[in-house]
Design a protein around this ligand. Structure first.
Ligand code: PMT
Length: 400
């Protein structure tokens, strides 16, 4: 998707800047050209030499450089790319963008450009949650700036929360999403993806849930959009940011997920990666259950609708390709194959979710793609890579 595309990468001053060097590598191995701009802060974390070596190009740093201006004026530089990527986008850079400040080369380029911009924010969680940053982000989004991340996790400063820059492959997926919408192999196709857990209420404050983080489903949606599919993601409650270029519908319960999926039909491909609760409380209490001492509340469960089986069994608007996931803890492939037949889907992606695998909530996944004809054993991959490989496999299927 990015082959032959010209990106201008603005590296801001944050500890995540080192990941931007890997981003350059990932973009270039996919055929993109990358021209680097380093802010003064960015140069505290990565050197101009390393950015230049990886981009195999000159690195731009100075607004008032006579030689740079003679070779390529900053206005021209700002418009020389197909997409401007700001990674890491610090709180300061976002504030400059939102207010239209042009106090250094990076902010001047961002003000002067008529090229689309994608930012990958990275900062301390308190800075990310500060009302000033929240307002700046809203302003940028309203102006059409695309955003990828940030992710939640431990931070270099020792705190925990949102503010970690999206991983390089996630940024690549967002960039592919931007270009893919224009000319990917899934252009003209519609895709529906489910992701995350469902929350089934017990009373107004308590619910039944599971440990799904939504990382796998979200990565699949991002990858499909990256290949040009018009993608709808129906997700249960997660901390995952919305993938760029994807229509996201947030629900809580299995029944809401089913309704959102049915509203998303017709679609060419449906991928059910959500960990839908199999059961819900038959009659959730309307008021908070009281701990009255003595009798424990008895919860009677009833079965939730099976979204995958429902989509696979539709008569008139069945998606041409219906893909399920099988979360297994033993005899992974055998159980998954039986589940594929039982639920009537075309493919099923089997993954081992035993606690020691870290599949639920983790970043990696080792899967087997089970079709009617064969079983493909995929190597251990990141969830982003599983999403990309599955999206590519889907594109090949439709191309064949
Ligand atoms: O979210 P992560 O932390 O990234 O973890 C990813 C994952 C482990 C949740 C994901 O890779 C995965 O395995 N998803 C399916 C989990 C699951 O519910 O598996 P299952 O074997 O119970 O269900 C089989 C299939 O039926 C799944 O496609 C599921 O979405 C679907 N299903 C199940 C029950 C139900 N009521 N409706 C459904 O559609």
């Amino acid at each position: 998707m990015v082959d032959g595309k010209r990106t201008l990468l603005i590296v801001g001053g944050g500890i995540a800047a080192f990941k931007s060097l890997d981003l350059v590598r990932r973009l270039r191995e996919r055929g993109a050209t990358v021209r680097g701009v380093l802010t003064a802060g960015g140069a505290q974390f990565v050197t101009p030499l390393s950015l230049s070596a990886l981009t195999e190009d000159k690195v731009y740093q100075d607004l008032f450089s006579l030689t740079d201006e003679a070779e390529m004026g900053h206005i021209e530089l700002s418009r020389s790319a197909d997409l401007i990527v700001v990674a890491p986008a610090t709180a300061d850079l976002m504030a400059k963008m939102a207010t239209g400040s042009a106090s250094d080369l990076a902010s001047t380029l961002l003000l002067a450009t008529d090229t689309d911009v994608l930012i990958a924010p990275a900062m301390n969680v308190r800075m990310w949650e500060h009302p000033a940053t929240v307002a700046n982000l809203a302003t940028l989004r309203a102006r059409g700036v695309a955003v990828v991340g940030p992710n939640e996790g431990p931070m270099a400063c020792g705190e925990f929360g949102f503010g970690r820059m999206a991983e390089p492959l996630e940024i690549v997926a967002a960039i592919e999403g931007y270009f893919g919408a224009a000319d990917g192999p899934l252009k003209g196709r519609r895709a529906l993806v489910t992701s995350g857990p469902t929350h089934e209420p017990i009373d107004p404050v308590r619910y039944i849930a599971n440990r799904s983080s939504g990382k796998q489903g979200h990565a699949i949606a991002a990858a499909l959009a990256g290949l040009g599919a018009e993608t709808t993601l129906v997700t249960g409650p997660t901390h995952e940011p919305n993938p760029a270029g994807v229509r996201v519908i947030r629900i809580e319960t299995a029944r809401q997920m089913l309704a959102a999926c049915l509203a998303g039909l017709p679609t060419d491909v449906a991928i059910c990666a959500a960990a839908v609760a199999d059961w819900r409380v038959a009659s959730a209490a309307e008021q908070k259950l009281k701990k009255d001492g003595g009798a424990l509340p008895a919860l009677t469960l009833t079965e939730n609708p099976d979204i995958l089986a429902t989509l696979a069994g539709r008569e008139n608007d069945r998606p041409a390709l219906v893909i399920g996931f099988a979360a297994e803890t033993e005899n992974v492939v055998e159980h998954a194959a039986a589940k594929r037949a039982r639920k009537g889907c075309d493919w099923i992606v089997a993954n081992d979710v035993s606690p020691d695998t870290g599949t639920f909530g983790g970043d990696g996944n080792t899967v087997h793609l089970v079709t009617a004809e064969q079983v493909e054993d995929w190597p251990p991959l990141s969830k982003v890579e599983v999403g990309q490989r599955l999206a590519r496999r889907i594109a090949d299927h439709f191309a064949a």
